[in-house]
Design a protein around this ligand. Sequence first.
Ligand SMILES: [Zn+2]
Length: 330
Amino acid sequence: MASKSILCPFCRGIVTTQQQSGYHRIWRVQGCLCPPYSIFRIEFERLHENPARLGGKQKRVYALLRERYHRNSHLPSPLLCVDQDPPDDFDAFTTISVDELLHTWPTTLSERVDRGLCNLINHSMGAGYTIEYDPEKWDLLADDTNVSGFVLQMMRERDWVEVTEDGEYRKTLLIRPNGWARFEELARSTRPENPVFVAMWFGGKDKRDTMSHLYERSIEPAIEAAGFRAKRSDTDEHNEPIMDRIIEDIRKCPFLVAELSDDNNGVYYEAGFARGLGKEVIHCSRENHRPHFDVSGINLVKWKDDEHLQRRLRDRILGVMGSGPFEEKA
Ligand SMILES: [Zn+2]
């Protein structure tokens, strides 16, 4: 297959593009600073001509792709969708919309410090090895060097990181025992063995049976088929003791599945809370339903019936999270 060299619209490195075998409209892109990705050829060309279409956020896409890859390098490389809706039933690819990826950009300083630490460690050879830190690689998920410098300063003050060589631009870092302790604490709170939290409305009196049926026939089997365990929330029973338990369950879950077809406020709240903790949220919605505008840029798992939801949700989980620690059920 013929290939040619051009610039990646996200990291501006030189890439090789090649037609994805079997899909004439899709390019596989590799060789730049980003982990390999696929993209619709027409979208790549449009972005390449006008990178400003992403509103100055193209480097964020690069940093988030890099974070995703180094957190879990066995995940399949994604098909990035910019404007194009990912084709329904395009299950051979892990589709990620660029909007959805950008939604995971940290919104608080404490989230940035924690995720920055995890990124540094995920790129390191292990405890005791030094790390070459280059602000151009965006590991601290900061838009400029003032912010990344501040985040690094916070890490030093918390005794997480020591700067062993302070070059004018690049630095050599060593993760201190306190940094490893924080990293392990963060990893423990999202252990894949913990139950996946399912946020959905269980439908008051009239729809309770239908929704329980959907959970039991589609959502729970999909999660188990991907090798995880599920835990459902009963969002129509919100009161204080239950809320405390729900918050605790969300803190511990490896990721969250949100079923949005009924536009329940509790479900949006739980999904937003998990997002704020930096967790993956997989949103599902019935095919003819339009969820609330805040999630309209997100790549939804749209479903027609029980069987369709089970299959698509299982494939999405495997694409986003990889397979879980429990035996996969057929
Ligand atoms: Zn790139």
